[in-house]
Design a protein around this ligand. Structure first.
Ligand SMILES: Nc1nc2c(ncn2[C@@H]2O[C@H](COP(=O)(O)OP(=O)(O)OP(=O)(O)O)[C@@H](O)[C@H]2O)c(=O)[nH]1
Length: 419
């Protein structure tokens, strides 16, 4: 279901602009030029249909933010836009439990609004743990985070925080007080950093102490950011957003580094990482197959490199769907690898033989050409305690499959060739 955004705005230029941003974010704008019209348009709706409301502070029939109250009371996460940026308006806005406010100062603020709407959608999957022995400070921080749709968790001391982190792996940010009852906060931060890299977990310290030395001490212990109490809401929320965006960029970079750009499969580097880390002790029952397309050079020569790429993508997508339960990677060129932990020789052979036949019967269409391809597969189930040995066994069998006429699975265990 496409979620909606209620836009209450009397200026037609701003209404058009915000509605356009909402549409661009894949959401459906529901526009109202006054509080009265908003009440009518929202009358038969439920809050679940809406991601949020974007509300102008001053409207002809709601001059003092009454439309904000309407949106908040309708359980809509509310973003306020205002032409007036002064202390009085700011205080009046934050007196209500709104998501954020946006001063209509320049075009850049609309970019901020777009990012905010995108965040509200993504934040539902991001956990933040607030570690603070002071209940009212904990509630204040949690309430701000909840308005931004984050999944929030609370802990009053260090050991409780460690348990929550273990129980909820989707926690990406820890917001920690500078004083904890059961452990020195610097030690707690250092311990977290030892267990979780900067790419996995961001740590913000919220300090009540005024010492100038604190920020450096915490950052050297592993904190990502530092803020003093009492803090400005806007600054706090901007900093949390930056911490999340930092983790997302790291995840993007990691994904790009681990993925083969053409097929989207894990690449050679990721293959070795996973097998050396996840399967540090290789199971006794396992299978590994090396798969190479037959006479692939001829495909490139006859149909062109573009078509060769289309064949590689097509085989990769078949591999991904046929072997979604195990680990598949493109090792390079027209060579792929499938690691099947816990598989017997018979099971593995049956799956690979079925796959070989599917490739043989697949017709790949590209630029008006219809291309057929076959594949040779070397399959080993010999015991080995390192990945290099397994690959070497499979490589010899692949060589044998090529020599024996291609388009076949060559295994080192005697298995029935029937599927
Ligand atoms: N289109 C395309 N071709 C690639 C890519 N990577 C490698 N190749 C081509 O794959 C071909 C591999 O050729 P060969 O190693 O001679 O193997 P083959 O023609 O498949 O013959 P056999 O393996 O002996 O059956 C070469 O022409 C490479 O240029 C790629 O990403 N895209």
């Amino acid at each position: 279901m496409q979620r909606k955004v209620l836009v209450i705005e009397d200026s037609s230029t701003s209404l058009k602009l915000v509605s356009k941003l909402v549409r661009k974010a894949g959401l459906q704008p529901v526009g109202a030029r006054s509080l009265t019209e908003a009440r009518v348009r929202f009358a038969d709706s439920t809050p679940e249909e809406y991601l949020c409301a974007v509300v102008d502070y001053h409207l002809p029939d709601a001059p003092h933010g009454e439309a904000i109250d309407f949106a908040v009371e309708s359980y809509l996460p509310t973003i306020v836009v205002t032409g007036q940026v002064n202390e009085e308006t700011r205080a009046a806005v934050w007196a209500r439990p709104v998501v954020d406010y946006i001063p209509k100062e320049n075009a850049q603020v609309y970019d901020y609004l777009s990012r905010l709407m995108a965040r509200l959608q993504k934040n539902k999957f991001i956990g933040i743990l607030v570690v603070n022995p002071n209940r009212s400070q904990r509630n204040q921080v949690t309430s701000l985070l909840n308005r931004h749709n984050f999944l929030t968790y609370e802990a009053s001391h260090g050991s409780e925080a460690l348990d929550k982190l273990t129980a909820h792996p989707h926690i990406q940010v820890v917001i920690c007080s500078d004083k904890l009852p059961d452990v020195a906060a610097t030690e707690f931060v250092a311990r977290l950093r030892k267990e979780y890299s900067r790419g996995e977990l961001s740590i913000m310290v919220l300090a009540n102490d005024n010492s100038d030395l604190l920020p450096a001490r915490f950052i050297k212990s592993g904190a990502t950011d530092f803020l003093r109490n009492p803090f400005c809401y806007e600054e706090f929320l901007c900093r949390v957003t930056m911490l999340i965006e930092l983790l997302e960029r790291v995840a993007d970079i990691r994904r790009a580094a681990n993925t083969d750009y053409l097929t989207g499969l894990p690449n050679r580097r990721h293959f070795f990482y996973i097998l050396n880390h996840q399967y540090r002790n290789l199971p006794t029952k396992q299978a590994l197959a090396l798969l190479d397309l037959d006479y692939f050079k001829r495909v490139n020569d006859r149909y062109g490199h573009d078509s060769g790429d289309a064949v590689l993508k097509s085989v990769a997508s078949l591999l991904a769907s046929e072997f979604a339960d195990v680990f598949v990677a493109r090792l390079g060129g027209e060579e792929f690898c499938i690691y099947l932990p816990g598989f017997s020789a018979e099971e593995a052979f049956r799956r690979l033989e079925r796959f070989r036949q599917k490739v043989e019967h697949t017709r790949i269409e590209n630029n008006g050409d219809v291309i057929s391809i076959t594949t040779s597969i070397g399959l080993t189930t010999r015991p080995a305690n390192n990945i290099e040995a397994l690959l070497s066994f499979a490589d010899s069998l692949l060589y044998q499959a090529k020599n024996d006429g291609r388009n076949q699975v060559c295994s080192d265990m005697p298995v029935a060739a029937e599927v």
